[in-house]
Design a protein around this ligand. Structure first.
Ligand SMILES: NC(=O)c1ccc[n+]([C@@H]2O[C@H](COP(=O)([O-])OP(=O)(O)OC[C@H]3O[C@@H](n4cnc5c(N)ncnc54)[C@H](OP(=O)(O)O)[C@@H]3O)[C@@H](O)[C@H]2O)c1
Length: 333
């Protein structure tokens, strides 16, 4: 094995992402310059938004170009440090890139208070858990006895968002693809009900579960599913626009939902997007709250692990196709 391995975007996908859009290649061992640390990357996060970053249209990050090491998020251990405040053995998170070793400016990294197992820093306490937490705290704000609907409910963010809404005392209905995922969110995670969108329409499912109006919709999916729930919102409902996974892996994204702005006005609905990175100054607060729920046995999490950096492309393709339950991550070292 060479000293280092990296996964590079070989080609921009036009439609569905395929393994051939990536190249796994040998690389030299990087050396930390002034203000930098040398990291051994331990775990990589696989995020649906990685696919959106491959589009030439800028998102909240610059578009990834063919030839770039894929700029994914990860957890690493400091091997050598030329930066104040970072020492060998420190556990850090940040945009490590999909590689085994990286020399990175310390100012882009966050030192972590290590908790075991460390994978929690990518799943329930990481970007995943914090996205669910800030989306609900800041936008959804579920109240006792309200009805909360969560899409991609068996996935990383959705599974945590639904359980947090239950902790807040809401009635929670998940939407997921397939009978096994629906059973999982109800029986293992404690959601009140689930709708298998592959077996029935979301509208029929909400009716079958007696939903008169949705108070909070935690939307991970966008597309036609967003429109279905929008038409069933209660007065003063809140739509948390967390993500748009149904539209990332296609060359022909669906148009936005009907009902905007008419229904928003008539029903006084608040529909708001957010990016978790904007809350970095409050990450410790969210982590403490989430860790407290985990320790008390109120919050469960599932991790979907693939071993080996060369499997990162496969992991992303699998998440986009709904092959995962819980948080998908790559074990690098
Ligand atoms: N705003 C932020 O700061 C932020 C941060 C992190 C993540 N996110 C967003 O949160 C969402 C969930 O991310 P995650 O990491 O937790 O991924 P995830 O839910 O673990 O995986 C994605 C899931 O999306 C579902 N899906 C895929 N295509 C679909 C379609 N056409 N219709 C309905 N469902 C579909 C699949 O589940 P099924 O089998 O149920 O279809 C799949 O398992 C994504 O939109 C992501 O971009 C936002």
């Amino acid at each position: 094995m060479s000293e280092n391995t990296e996964v590079v975007l070989a080609d921009r996908p036009q439609g569905h992402l395929e393994p051939g859009h990536f190249r796994v290649q040998d690389a030299g061992m990087p050396v930390a310059g002034a203000g930098e640390v040398l990291l051994r990357i331990l775990w990589l996060s696989v995020d649906p938004a990685n696919r959106a970053w491959m589009s030439p249209v800028p998102t909240y990050v610059a578009p990834v170009k063919p030839g770039d090491v894929f700029p994914g998020f990860g957890l690493g251990e400091v091997v050598a440090s030329n930066a104040a405040g970072f020492a060998p053995g420190d556990l850090v998170e940040g945009v490590t890139g999909w590689r085994r070793f990286a020399a990175l400016p310390a100012r882009g990294l966050r030192r972590l208070k290590r908790r075991e197992p460390v994978t929690q820093h990518l799943s329930v306490l990481g970007i995943t858990g914090k996205t669910a937490w800030f989306g609900l705290e800041e936008i959804g704000r579920p109240k006792r006895a309200e009805t909360v609907v969560v899409s991609a409910a068996a996935g990383a963010v959705g599974s945590i968002a639904g359980q947090l809404a239950k902790i807040a005392g809401a009635r929670v209905i998940g939407i997921a693809g397939g009978e096994a995922k629906c059973r999982h969110v109800v029986e293992d995670l404690g959601f009140d009900a689930a709708i298998d969108y592959k077996a029935e329409s979301v509208g029929e499912g909400l009716k079958r579960h007696g939903v008169k109006g949705v108070d909070v919709y935690f939307d991970n999916v966008g597309g036609p599913m967003l429109e279905s729930v929008l038409f069933r919102m209660a007065n003063f409902g809140r739509i948390v626009c967390c993500g748009n996974v149904s539209q990332y892996d296609t060359a022909t994204p669906a148009p936005g939902p009907r009902g905007v702005p008419g229904l928003l006005v008539v029903k006084r609905i608040r529909m708001e997007g957010f990016i978790v990175l904007d809350y970095e100054a409050r990450y410790d607060e969210a982590e403490e709250a989430l860790a407290g729920h985990v320790a008390a046995g109120r919050l469960k999490y599932v991790e979907d692990v693939l071993e080996g950096i060369d499997r990162a492309p496969e992991g992303l393709i699998r998440v986009l196709a709904g092959g995962n339950t819980g948080k998908t991550m790559i074990k690098v070292a």
